[in-house]
Ligand binder design. Structure first.
Ligand code: ATP
Length: 437
């Protein structure tokens, strides 16, 4: 079924996932705020990446480098060089940038409309100190990886690491995109999850395959429809000058295929250029390590997971009504809240008291919500729409036998579980995916 980005934007705003930023002042182009559910979804997504790329490995180490770095970093990385500040026109449709085009020409690639040529640098400039002179100019980082490169030796020495090893980081990046758009797909402020894998030159090709495969399996494991994911080998003319190989992982959004992650073989360029510019020798036994990079945007991959799991109901779930119902069939690990707790009736004190008791216990272990308004069916649908995998209902039997009804989001199956075992059971359901007693 066709999914419309408008519907998804509307749901995310209504339900507290994503709000346009500074809305009371008319908004601010391509800036977004993450609401109560969005912040949980983002946290869970980052945690899944971190577990996969760092926590569950003994050869990848974490880092949290600063956003504002010595501007010499950006001279060395080439971000401030002439080539980066040329007069460019950008295609408003495919976002490719072109030099030296005639006026009124269309995009040579897709025939889209071009912006007028302009001095163009992606780096966001800022000033340190009270005087806005040249000496005080610095930049917000355009990619997190430079913080990793400049700390290569620090991490290697502190962790007594030998090649091959990796450094992983999650953090904000800023780019002065001239044509941002497509909701949270292209923003000026966004988060990246990057891992730089340092290895010997002769092992780089194999590690490229290894990480590409691992990254694809990560999406598959989190339930992405693999028919909507593709690998695109990026040709030499489109790659950065230092990149030996690049494969983009693209997702089929309602507005077309879009890159969510890049796997790059950066050769020895980064460590070499920082050695040359800083005088700090990053070589090991006379050779510079090669770098395989995996780089994914938090918001872009989050949008892919949202779009992918957004399901408009046509399964006859609600035969009594022709209202449009939606279910966010998102992986349980990503779901913002895991559990909702309901008393069957809100005007029966014993049910409400018991439900509140169950809620206060279960929320110690899981992100949970309590809801007592409307019919049970309505409350189920409220939770379906925001992807809550389990709903717990406290009814009159609960008062007699201390059991509750647990209902699962996708199958709508229900089972009775003893309150005593509730936490343990939910944990089991969360881990093994099955919903059986
Ligand atoms: P694009 O061609 O779409 O501008 P890119 O090739 O410049 O992307 P990279 O520099 O490889 O992107 O960055 C790695 C990842 O960071 C991208 O795959 C994407 O998920 C994310 N990313 C890059 N730019 C943005 C942006 N402006 N807004 C949101 N996410 C971004």
């Amino acid at each position: 079924m066709e999914k419309s980005i408008k519907e998804i934007i509307s749901l995310t705003k209504r339900k507290g996932f994503v709000y346009p930023s500074s809305l009371i002042y008319g908004g601010f182009s391509s800036s977004y705020d993450f609401g109560p559910r969005g912040v949980l979804l983002k946290k869970n997504l980052k945690e899944e990446w971190w577990n996969e790329m760092t926590r569950n490995r003994d050869d990848v180490f974490g880092l949290d480098a600063s956003i504002i770095m010595n501007p010499k970093t950006w001279e060395a990385s080439g971000h401030l060089s002439k080539g980066f500040a040329d007069k460019l026109s950008e295609c408003k449709k495919c976002h490719k940038r072109f030099k030296d085009l005639e006026n009124d020409q269309k995009c040579p690639e897709c025939k889209g409309e071009l912006t007028p040529p302009r001095e163009f640098n992606l780096m966001m400039k800022t000033f340190i100190g009270p005087v806005e002179d040249d000496a005080a100019v610095t930049y917000l980082r355009a990619e997190t990886c430079q913080g990793i490169f400049v700390n290569f030796k620090n991490v290697m020495n502190s962790m007594r690491a030998d090649l091959p090893f990796g450094i992983a980081q999650i953090g904000k990046s800023f780019r002065n995109e001239i044509t941002p758009g497509n909701f949270i797909f292209r923003m000026r402020e966004f988060e990246q999850m990057e891992m730089q894998w340092f290895c010997k030159k002769e092992d780089a090709d194999n590690f490229f395959e290894f990480w590409l495969d691992k990254r694809l399996k990560w999406y598959e494991g989190l339930g992405i429809d693999m028919k909507k994911l593709r690998k695109v080998e990026v040709g030499e003319e489109e790659r950065a000058h230092y990149a030996k190989r690049q494969v983009d992982i693209e997702y089929l959004f309602p507005f077309g295929w879009g890159e969510i992650e890049g796997i790059h073989n950066r050769g020895d360029w980064d460590l070499k250029t920082h050695s040359d510019h800083s005088g700090e020798d990053f070589s090991i036994e006379g050779e510079f390590p090669w770098v395989i990079e995996t780089s994914v945007g938090v918001e872009r991959s989050l949008l892919a997971f949202l779009v992918d799991s957004y399901t408009r109901l046509d399964d006859g779930r609600d035969e009594s009504s022709d209202r449009k119902e939606t279910v966010l069939k998102i992986d349980r690990r990503l779901a913002p809240t895991k559990v909702a707790v309901f008393p069957l009736l809100k005007n029966k004190k014993e049910l409400v008291d018991k439900a509140k008791e169950v809620f206060s216990e279960i929320k110690k272990e899981f992100d949970a919500v309590y809801d007592e308004t409307g019919s049970i069916g309505k409350r189920y649908r409220r939770q379906d729409e925001v992807g809550t995998p389990f709903c717990i209902t406290i009814d009159f039997d609960t008062i007699e036998d201390n059991t509750v009804t647990v209902r699962e989001r996708d199958t709508m199956n229900q089972m009775r579980v003893e309150i005593e075992n509730l936490g343990k059971k939910i944990k089991e359901f969360m881990n093994n995916g099955d919903f059986v007693s």
